[in-house]
Write a protein that binds this ligand. Structure first.
Ligand SMILES: [Zn+2]
Length: 200
């Protein structure tokens, strides 16, 4: 039981945007206090504590938490019922956040590196009028950055593995997710952003 309570739960704000990761223990406390609702990962129905206990009775899968009077499934996603000021939080255009957005992966060769071995590349070089903005900066390994030089990707015969855009969700959530991402979280993690494929 201790183990289940320490499991990770994705926290969504009222606009269904992922803003944090909490433990099952913390998530259930928020639900108990009416500060959050549990999101059913099959049909995205929201439950308060009582209705979740009820819904858990029919559950055949998922991790269970057994208390004295009831057994409930461990939630995987919760939705905050109140705005906590997080909606207005803009993703800061910082080196750290660009590395997070690009998963420490060179956006030209697609390989992952230590941050120390990565650089930031202006897709349209500054000397050609390229701006320092989310849509024009990508993470590149030293080799690719050197190869590209002051050219456009096309001129260097290089392709971006995905179109750089401004992340909609705070990338610090991205850090916290780490490798513990659950399949049920994917829908809320701005798949539209990570899965954008460049047209050939
Ligand atoms: Zn590279």
């Amino acid at each position: 039981m201790e183990c289940v309570l320490s499991d990770k739960v994705l926290v969504l704000n009222r606009a269904w945007v992922a803003i944090n990761v909490a433990t099952v223990r913390r998530a259930l406390t928020m639900v108990w206090q009416d500060a959050a609702r549990i999101v059913g990962t099959e049909d995205y129905t929201t439950y308060d504590f009582e209705s979740w206990v009820e819904a858990s009775k029919a559950a055949r899968e998922g991790r269970l938490i057994r208390a004295v009077n009831f057994t409930i499934r461990a939630p995987e996603v919760v939705l905050l019922t109140r705005f906590a000021g997080v909606l207005s939080q803009d993703v800061k255009f910082s080196r750290r956040n660009i590395f997070d957005r690009d998963h420490n992966t060179c956006q030209y060769c697609g390989r992952r590196f230590d941050r120390a071995d990565l650089t930031l590349d202006h897709v349209v070089p500054r000397c050609r009028g390229g701006l320092s903005e989310w849509e024009n900066i990508v993470v590149a390994c030293l080799k690719c950055n050197t190869r590209k030089g002051h050219r456009l990707p096309g001129e260097a015969g290089m392709n971006l593995i995905r179109q750089p855009v401004k992340p909609r969700w705070a990338t610090r959530v991205g850090c916290k997710l780490g490798r513990e991402r659950k399949p049920s979280w994917e829908r809320f993690l701005d798949a539209a952003y990570w899965d954008i494929e460049l047209k050939p």
